[in-house]
Design a protein around this ligand. Structure first.
Ligand SMILES: [Zn+2]
Length: 414
């Protein structure tokens, strides 16, 4: 990703940028008034007790910055390389095991170093759901021609965000499966807080972009290869006439892009000193929700916060100054929440962006913040996980104990 424009260059650029931001803010405030309430969704804020339960669910927290998923991802994995394929296969194996729907979009594009094969990976919990929350990160690392630069790993860019999404998918799957089986047996929860039949109409999709990095210098044609391809493909793929969105008779007819509630893009995370600002007025409320999740976790001591790390979520409302995988989607009207550290990590695009750049407390904090955020977005309650099977086994145990002579003695002895 890249700053737009380059803020490192001296004052005239900064002045122009500030002026443009000022102008855009005025225009956009008008647009926002026009759109207000359009995309906002009921957020199911969880009680402190439920948040506590939720953070204790499997999978367990990481014990080191190189174990599990991260260990598999912390290798140079430039687009078109053998390692890139290895990483694709690893990501694929995780989601296949979880039972999510997989779609791969292989394609070839021309880059400054020749023709390269790219593959985006798309995982959907329920591909039949009419709408979705999309979480995304890029799994490629930046290509460098010569040794030692070609050993660049990109731990924060974006191995850690990919690992966080894999961890999140493992956590969400049992909750989503529980809900799915309740609904399919006609027992979906319906009360003043949850209407599971309705909630399940929004599924979760995790997109792993290939080819985010430029091969030379970041330009419109040398960067975000995978995201550009996918946004264009989805725009041109119209929904079947049976799709609920088609009943609204939209013009032009709805495409896959219309099924996206919001695209949450994670990038440059996993190190200390994260600074997450909100760039889009349409999704300021999501930034507020994520900050609230972080604050509640801090308040209840459910995350370890290193010294000086309290305020990750800035209150400044900025406007789109960072080029990244979201841009082609934004240009086509998709709501974006860009979760990126700004300023970038100091190790950005250097060999120092390896495992040593990662902070274990920061990764664990992200794991938990993302759990709370997605559960509250999707309306998932940690108390409902596998309730029927757990209840059945408890009932069975009680019955066995009631019949057991040992239990009778214990009861008599009381
Ligand atoms: Zn990068």
């Amino acid at each position: 990703m890249i700053y737009l424009p380059n803020l490192k260059s001296p004052s005239i650029h900064l002045f122009l940028f500030t002026f443009l931001v000022f102008l855009t803010c005025i225009t956009c405030r008008r647009e926002d008034q026009h759109k207000s309430g359009h995309q906002k969704r009921d957020f199911h804020t969880l009680s402190n007790e439920k948040v506590k339960k939720l953070v204790e669910l499997d999978p367990p927290q990481w014990n080191s910055v190189t174990e599990g998923h991260l260990g598999k991802l912390l290798i140079p994995r430039a687009s078109g390389s053998e390692n890139n394929t290895l990483v694709q296969n690893y990501i694929s194996s995780v989601f296949t095991k979880l039972g999510w729907h997989e779609e791969k979009t292989p394609f070839t594009d021309t880059t400054p170093i020749g023709e390269i094969e790219f593959t985006n990976l798309i995982y959907t919990f329920d591909p039949s759901a009419p709408r979705k929350l999309v979480l995304a990160a890029h799994f490629d690392s930046k290509w460098f021609p010569d040794f030692p630069a070609n050993q660049f790993i990109g731990a924060t860019d974006s191995a850690a965000p990919v690992a966080l999404l894999l961890h999140l998918a493992e956590f969400l799957t049992p909750l989503l499966n529980s809900r799915k089986s309740r609904i399919s047996s006609g027992n979906g929860i319906l009360n003043e807080i949850y209407d599971e039949d309705e909630l399940a109409e929004t599924t979760i999709q995790i997109v792993m972009f290939d080819g985010e990095e430029a091969f030379r210098d970041w330009t419109n044609t040398d960067s975000i290869y995978g995201a550009r391809y996918l946004a264009e493909t989805w725009q041109e793929t119209f929904l079947p006439s049976s799709h609920p969105l088609n009943r609204r008779r939209l013009s032009p007819p709805p495409s896959i892009l219309n099924t996206i509630d919001v695209l949450v893009l994670l990038d440059l995370l996993g190190n200390k000193h994260a600074k997450i600002n909100s760039f889009f007025r349409e999704t300021d409320w999501l930034h507020d929700q994520m900050r609230s999740a972080d604050e509640r976790l801090q308040h209840d001591n459910l995350i370890e916060v290193e010294k000086g790390e309290k305020e990750w979520f800035g209150r400044l409302k900025l406007r789109g100054g960072i080029g990244d995988d979201h841009v082609p989607f934004l240009a086509r009207g998709v709501s974006i929440f860009h979760v990126i550290s700004n300023p970038f990590p100091s190790v950005w695009h250097t060999l120092k962006d390896d495992a040593t750049a990662l902070s274990l407390p920061a990764l664990r904090r992200w794991n938990r913040v993302l759990r709370v955020f997605t559960c509250e977005y999707l309306g998932l309650d940690p108390d409902t996980i596998d309730t029927r099977s757990t209840k059945r086994s408890v009932d069975e145990l009680v019955r066995i104990l009631d019949q057991s002579p040992v239990d009778q003695k214990a009861k008599e002895g009381r």
